[in-house]
Each structure stands twice: as structure tokens, then as C-alpha cells.
Design a protein around this ligand. Structure first.
Ligand code: MN
Length: 464
């Protein structure tokens, strides 16, 4: 195992293949649903490479990350150091460097025809059509040139047109800044990149914090970036594919539906439009896709948000040990916070800190240090035995939430916090967890007969 992240998509795919975790699909699977169907079936066990989908010259790959262990592996660290490694990369980011040429510019199409040039799959049943679902969108602050990296769903709306959902975060803010200057916002959509860069894009960091510097720190070396052919955005030189374009200011068009991480469809509505000016790619590029709402989609959102929310909480609360965004909470909405000996009332302050950390966080459960926060049954047990609703429940009405949560009114909804810690003044014996001495330490093989069938027969009799 290395102590650094895999540097590009091909290096990571090579590693998966060498360890028998990259399935090769038969050639010619359909881009409409069939590619996503196989990816979905194998999402918890294997990456999949699709040669010539629909006879397209460019192959598709899916399922780069199948579980938390794969994420750790992709960053070159043991799983128990994953959160710490990511936190360190956010605290000590490493700025990218610019190079004069990158393989991503091997081939440049100025005459753009997205569907002819790229194999864009259609994923879920009611999706409006083909979507670029795994593209890093890089945008520049129109005043300072500082770059932002994020992932947005990108509907193919025409030969050179993309419909895009911009939630109220950083790309949206840059687009508003550009609008005030009467300009389109220059952007690039980067497809086919290493896991570290994908994970870096999901950090919860302030506006004007270039997420690519997190990728640099995870790599242990600055990411090499190259200037786009038709605008001033800088993109990873070793990416497989880049679409260069502009978010238009005076045009909106229908986008959606699209199957999203909450396991529901993001609705069809008038949204931002991207004019694509060029498509650049390597010789023989590989197109990465993510099945909307699938394991890869959820996992990519989880770990980076956990690490950065943990940092935010630890800045205010020394009692906070760890956090987890559960899979059932779609790796975004439900947060478990583990604390050690909180001050009286502090668990509720921790909840409010977590709600403030990201608007997606909708439910916070605070538990003690003896609860395994990665085990949903343990968390439920803590709520069952340490929580009383009249005393330990916090509800905040009418706050900003996730627009993709169908129970909100246009993104406005409630927050719920549950303090499932043992009260500081509680009777110690009443909250002493039962345990059988020796059960955890015992090696059963040392005290179980390896072949006991004859002796068992002797004990139970042979009539039955
Ligand atoms: Mn950002």
C-alpha cells in the first residue's frame, strides 16, 4: 500500500483490475439503462468497464468506489486513518501548478456534438435523457480568478447545450457574480479523474477555497493543471475528457427529472444553461459515469462531508470525537456525532453547530464514546435507552434544508436533534452496560472441539 493517492483514473483502474475488481462488460451494451443496470447490480462489489457501448468508440466506466475500504485504498491509507488523512489535506492544502500541455488536449473538437463525441448514458427510469453525472465542474471567481470545484448533474439538451442544476452554493455564487458584471460564467466539466480529486470536490469548505488544492494534498504533490483552449479555466492535465463552456446569464431551459441521491427524482424545472464551446480529450479516452442515487454517488458525498463537518465541530467543541453521515441518511441528511464527557447542555449546542455546518444536515443524533457510530443498530440502541423526547429533543422549524428532500417546501424544512448521551447527573449503575467477562477477548477455536459430532450424538441420544 502506498501512502499517497492514485494519481489518475487509469492508475486506479489498473489497481482495481490487478486485484480482480474491474469487471469487463460485453461490448455493445445500450447506453440507455443497460450500462446503468449492470453498474447498479455490481455496485457493492466491482467496478465495471463497458467497451463500445452502443458501438460508441469511447468506453464507459462505473463504480470506482464500492465501499469505504476502497476509498481508503484510493487514498493510500488504512481505513481507520481515512478521516484524519482527509482532514489533514483540508488543513494543509497544496495548490496546483500550471503546465503548458497535458494529455487531456491530445484531441480537441471545436465542432461540438456531445452525443456523437461522448458516450453519455441514461441512468434511472424517469431521467429526462442522457446525463453527465460524474463531471467535476470547475468555475472561476470572475473577479479574482480563484477556482471552485463541484459536481453538478448535467443534462444533454442539444448538440452543444447542457442543462445544469446549480444549488445555492459556490458555482451558483460565481454565476451570480458574473451576472452582475453582465458576463457568462466560464466553466469546464472534467470527466475521468482519480478518486482523490472526486473526493476533494465534495469537501464542505468556504467560498474561494479551491478544492483542487485538497486533491493536491491527498496526492502529496501539486495537481498539474492546464489552461482550457477556449476560456481561462484551468483543468487537470491528466483528466480523460474536458468540456469547455459558459453558463449563460439570460437563458433558462427545462432540466430534469434526474434520479438523485435521496432515491427520488429531482424535478423538471427551468434551470441554468451551459453553452459548450469545445470538447477535449486524451487519445482513446475513458468516460466515467455515476449512477444517480447509487452506492458510488452516496459514498462520494459521505466521507468528505464527514471530515469537514468534524473539523467545523471540533473548532467549537473539544468534546467532539467523531461524526458519521449514515448510508440510510443518504450520506448527507442524518449525522451521528460522538462526544466524550460533554458539559451539561453541550450536546444541544453540538447539534446547532452541525446544523450550521451544512444546510443538508437535517437530523443530528449525539451519542457517547462507547457507541459505534458506524453501526446503525448501536445508534438506534443509544436512542432507545438514553433519549427522552420531552427532554432531549430539539426541533428547529422553517430552516434551510436540501431542495432535493421531497418533504421540504422548496428547500425549507425542519431540523431535528436528539441528545442520546447519558445525562451527566445520571445514576452510574443504571447506565452501566452489561457485558459478559471474556466474551470479547475469547478465541472460540481454543475452547471448541474441532470434530464434536460423535460426542454430541452421545449426549443427545441417537433416536432422533
Ligand atoms: Mn467550493
Amino acid at each position: 500500500m502506498t501512502d499517497q493517492a492514485y494519481r489518475d483514473l487509469r492508475q486506479w483502474l489498473g489497481h482495481l483490475s490487478a486485484s480482480d475488481r474491474l469487471a469487463l462488460a460485453k461490448p455493445g451494451l445500450a447506453l440507455r439503462h443497460e450500462v446503468a443496470a449492470l453498474a447498479k447490480r455490481l455496485e457493492n462489489e466491482s467496478a465495471v468497464l463497458f467497451p463500445s457501448p452502443d458501438q460508441h468508440a469511447v468506453p464507459v466506466v462505473a463504480n470506482l468506489l464500492a465501499d469505504r475500504g476502497w476509498i481508503a485504498e484510493s487514498l493510500g491509507v488504512p481505513e481507520d486513518q481515512l478521516v484524519a488523512r482527509y482532514q489533514q489535506a483540508v488543513r494543509e492544502p497544496l495548490a496546483w501548478t500550471e503546465v503548458g500541455f497535458g494529455p487531456v488536449h491530445d484531441v480537441v473538437h471545436r465542432d461540438v456534438d456531445i452525443i456523437r463525441q461522448l458516450p453519455v448514458p441514461t441512468h434511472n427510469e424517469l431521467d429526462s435523457g442522457p446525463y453527465i453525472a460524474a463531471g467535476l465542474m470547475i468555475a472561476r471567481n470572475p473577479e479574482t480568478g480563484v477556482q471552485n470545484v463541484s459536481i453538478h448533474r448535467c443534462q444533454i439538451s442539444g448538440k452543444d447545450r447542457i442543462g445544469v442544476l446549480l444549488l445555492p452554493r459556490h458555482t451558483f455564487e460565481y454565476s451570480e457574480m458574473a451576472a452582475r458584471r453582465g458576463e457568462a460564467l466560464e466553466i469546464a466539466i472534467v470527466i475521468g479523474i482519480d478518486p482523490a480529486s472526486l473526493l476533494a470536490s465534495q469537501a464542505i469548505v468556504p467560498l474561494d477555497f479551491d478544492e483542487m488544492a485538497i486533491a493536491g494534498a491527498l496526492h502529496g504533490a501539486p495537481v498539474e493543471m492546464v489552461k482550457c483552449q477556449t476560456n481561462s479555466v484551468r483543468v487537470p492535465a491528466r483528466a480523460e475528457i474536458v468540456l469547455e463552456g459558459r453558463i449563460l446569464q439570460n437563458e433558462k431551459a427545462p432540466e430534469g427529472p434526474f434520479g438523485e441521491f435521496p432515491q427520488y427524482y429531482g424535478a423538471r424545472a427551468e434551470r441554468h444553461v451551459i453553452q459548450v464551446d469545445a470538447i477535449c480529450h486524451r487519445e482513446r479516452p475513458i468516460f466515467h459515469t455515476i449512477v444517480g442515487g447509487g452506492t458510488e454517488h452516496l459514498l462520494l458525498g459521505g466521507l468528505p462531508r464527514e471530515a469537514t463537518l468534524l473539523d467545523t465541530l471540533q473548532r467549537s467543541f473539544s468534546c467532539v470525537r467523531n461524526v458519521h453521515l449514515s448510508l440510510g441518511g443518504v450520506c448527507r441528511y442524518h449525522l451521528v456525532v460522538q462526544v466524550e464527557r460533554p458539559q451539561p447542555g453541550q450536546a444541544k449546542n453540538v447539534m446547532m453547530g452541525a446544523f450550521a455546518g451544512h444546510y443538508d444536515v437535517k437530523q443530528v443524533i449525539v451519542v457517547d464514546g462507547d457507541v459505534d457510530i458506524y453501526n446503525a443498530d448501536e445508534v438506534a440502541w443509544a436512542v432507545a435507552t438514553r433519549f427522552q423526547a420531552d427532554r432531549d429533543l430539539v426541533v428547529v422549524a422553517g430552516s434551510q434544508g436540501s431542495k432535493l428532500d421531497p418533504t421540504t417546501e422548496g428547500g425549507v424544512g425542519a431540523k431535528m436533534g436528539m441528545d442520546a448521551t447519558v445525562p451527566p447527573d445520571a445514576d452510574e449503575f443504571a447506565f452501566t452496560r452489561i457485558r459478559v467477562p471474556g466474551a470479547d477477548e475469547l478465541d472460540p477455536a481454543s475452547v471448541v472441539e474441532s470434530d464434536g459430532a460423535a460426542a454430541v450424538a452421545d449426549i443427545i441420544g441417537e433416536d432422533g
